[in-house]
Design a binder for this molecule. Structure first.
Ligand SMILES: Cc1cc2nc3c(=O)[nH]c(=O)nc-3n(C[C@H](O)[C@H](O)[C@H](O)COP(=O)(O)OP(=O)(O)OC[C@H]3O[C@@H](n4cnc5c(N)ncnc54)[C@H](O)[C@@H]3O)c2cc1C
Length: 604
């Protein structure tokens, strides 16, 4: 019997042209101040509160719930919330107003109803700047944007921050968030933290909860800097600052020859340098980015395209186009999309704006607060329902995975060489799916004394790629993406970013962090009953994975070891990698689909 695959006939040049035209037309409309803000990640209905991440869907697509939530506004209210939970033997998770961490770190246990959430949404009023000592102390619920604006108002700058401003200070340090730098204290924000107050469970004689002030060489401080929310509630964070400065940025779109040699010098030469690599296009974009004097003329901003408000129409059209190419296994269509988007990014300097309105020429010079982080899709009047962040879960917009691997600096060049070899083996078209998003974003983090930070100078690579609406439907060229993921995490032992990644990336993490045992010792000391733990945060911290159900490898919940972990009925079987033979990936095999379907009785 002939097994026919229904081919969706798509006029892809027309679709691409339509999306491109829509983007161009809409980008000239005033929009950034008028967009529907992201939904609150916690929704309560009187009986139960449901927590989602910023994308509206967790890795396993199962919601997290808790019967109650509290909203402290002061440190004492925070202490009382922890005391109350401790007295009543409730398990606790801290949630923020953003919930932009992708893994289920903030999810309370699903094994018991005895849980509660503590939100920092309303714990955000204090930003105290000590100009003489160049430090700022903030409530953990303060947003990155509020912090950086306030600091610059006092003629100071926060040197490190993630590129995305939809984060709270408590959330970002808890997960080791970073920008890019090997200079000074480096690109990770927690390495600029000089003190933390942490609310932990206490004895009855201590009122069931106490506030610890941590700083200096205290092992508790080294543990608390990056603590995944499992030690207690971070109440206040004290950060070091520097005199205010501006930055001067130029993007150089060029060939990708020799990235594997250039990346080290690039970081040494440019304080905030990064590299975006579009492998299917043989293109590298070097970001030449150094600080300049605050009096240098220039009032530019970095309004990164991916974080701008998008028209709902454009997001939906982009998504349905990509989906159609997925369904029809149309690599060429995906490659056209990638080419179009890359060209557009080059035209608009990926969102850099010389005068806050449009890009005219390089370099773009602006203040540290206006250049380091962006996220204009966050701000909004709820009146404009036609504009949102591209991934807003209320529209049928973008849905993607984020893989973020952190390499010892010395090994990163070999990873690049491997991806190039793989590209030669499989044809570059199979990598277009990555280039539709942001290619490989390469950034730098300096060695840190945080137990769950990077113990050596490191290079971080992020890449995003299509996630389907249906977890049971395999993705086009998913074998290639899985192989790259496994090359990163298992061939080169890269560490996963705690706030990103699919579940498999956390396998074996304890062995990757030399101070992991010290972290767990501190955890036992400050939270002996495991009040701040859940099976979800254990999954990440302990890197255990017992998932082995049918299709578990399709969404990265496991690495396949048998065909059933892929999708034999749809022609995806568990196979070794093309280059890294230890990899096990789900690969489409037209030849095997027929016999498999016959075996399974799907066709007769
Ligand atoms: C679009 C996008 C872009 C991103 N870009 C970057 C980037 O450039 N660089 C980067 O490194 N990361 C990036 N991230 C990841 C992001 O920085 C982290 O997910 C960050 O932790 C999110 O902060 P949040 O305030 O939303 O915290 P949440 O996601 O709500 O919480 C994170 C964790 O911290 C815990 N937590 C939060 N507050 C406290 C507290 N006060 N005390 C104790 N525990 C607490 C929570 O329980 C949870 O475990 C990005 C994420 C997205 C969605």
């Amino acid at each position: 019997m002939k097994v026919g695959r229904k081919k969706l006939m798509l006029n892809f040049p027309t679709l691409i042209t339509t999306i491109f035209s829509l983007i161009i037309i809409l980008s000239f409309l005033p929009q950034n101040v008028n967009a529907k803000p992201p939904p609150n990640p916690v929704q309560c209905n009187g009986k139960v509160c449901t927590l989602k991440n910023g994308y509206g869907v967790w890795g396993d697509r199962r919601d997290c719930t808790s019967p109650s939530i509290s909203y402290p506004t002061t440190e004492e209210e925070l202490r009382l919330a922890v005391a109350n939970a401790n007295r009543n033997k409730l398990k606790v998770k801290v949630v923020t107003k953003f919930s932009h961490t992708i893994p289920k770190l903030a999810c309370p246990s699903s094994k018991t109803n005895q849980t509660t959430l503590i939100s920092t949404e309303r714990y955000n009023s204090h930003i105290e700047i000590d100009t003489k000592n160049m430090v700022v102390t903030v409530d953990a619920g303060v947003s990155l944007r509020d912090l950086t604006n306030k600091v610059e108002g006092a003629a100071l700058s926060l040197v490190a921050a993630p590129y995305w401003e939809g984060v709270t200070v408590g959330g970002l340090i808890s997960t080791g968030a970073h920008g890019s730098s090997w200079w000074g204290k480096g690109g990770a924000v927690h390495d600029h933290v000089v003190g933390i107050s942490l609310v932990v469970p206490g004895k009855e004689s201590e009122g069931f909860a106490k506030v610890l002030w941590l700083e200096g060489n205290d092992p508790l401080f080294k543990a608390a800097k990056v603590s995944l929310g499992v030690l207690g509630v971070i109440s206040k964070v004290k950060l070091s600052l520097e005199p205010a400065f501006k930055r001067s940025i130029t993007y150089d779109f060029t060939k990708d020859d020799d990235i594997e040699q250039i990346y080290v010098n690039h970081a040494k030469k440019f304080e905030f340098g990064d590299i975006t690599w579009y492998p299917s296009k043989y293109t590298a974009v070097y970001r030449y980015d150094n600080r300049v004097d605050i009096n240098t003329s220039g009032d530019g901003i970095n309004d990164f395209l991916g974080f701008q408000s998008q028209s709902v129409l454009v997001s939906m059209a982009t998504r349905s186009t990509e989906k159609a190419f997925e369904n029809s296994k149309d690599e060429k269509g995906k490659c056209t999309m990638a080419t179009t988007f890359m060209a557009y990014k080059q035209t608009i300097a990926n969102g850099l704006k010389n005068n806050k309105l449009i890009f005219t020429n390089y370099p773009v010079i602006g203040t540290q607060a206006n250049i380091q982080a962006s996220g204009s899709c966050l701000y909004s009047s709820p009146l404009r329902l036609d504009l949102t962040c591209g991934w807003d879960p209320r529209i049928k917009g973008l849905s993607f995975y984020e893989t973020t691997a952190i390499f010892p600096a010395t090994k990163f060049g070999d990873f690049i060489k491997d991806v190039k070899k793989l590209r030669d083996l499989i044809t570059p078209q199979k990598l277009c799916g990555i280039d539709i998003y942001n290619g490989f974003l390469v950034r730098y983090i300096k060695a840190s004394d945080a137990y769950l930070g990077q113990h050596e100078d490191s290079v971080v690579v992020d890449f995003n790629y299509y996630r389907g609406d249906d977890p049971n439907i395999p993705r086009l060229n998913q074998d290639v993406l899985e192989e790259i993921e496994q090359i990163a995490f298992f061939k080169y032992g890269a560490k996963p970013h705690w706030a990103k990644n699919r579940k498999l990336a956390f396998l074996g993490v304890p062995k990757k962090f030399p101070n992991w045992n010290k972290f767990v010792e501190v955890k036992k000391q400050v939270d002996p009953q495991g009040m701040f733990s859940s099976e979800w945060s254990d999954e990440v911290l302990y890197g255990e994975n017992r998932e082995n159900g049918d299709g578990c490898a399709l969404e990265g919940l496991c690495i396949c070891s048998e065909d059933k972990h892929c999708s034999p009925s749809k022609g995806y079987f568990c196979k070794p990698g093309f280059l890294y033979s230890n990899a096990r990936v789900c690969r489409f095999s037209q030849g095997e689909i027929l016999s498999s379907n016959l075996d399974l009785g799907v066709i007769s």
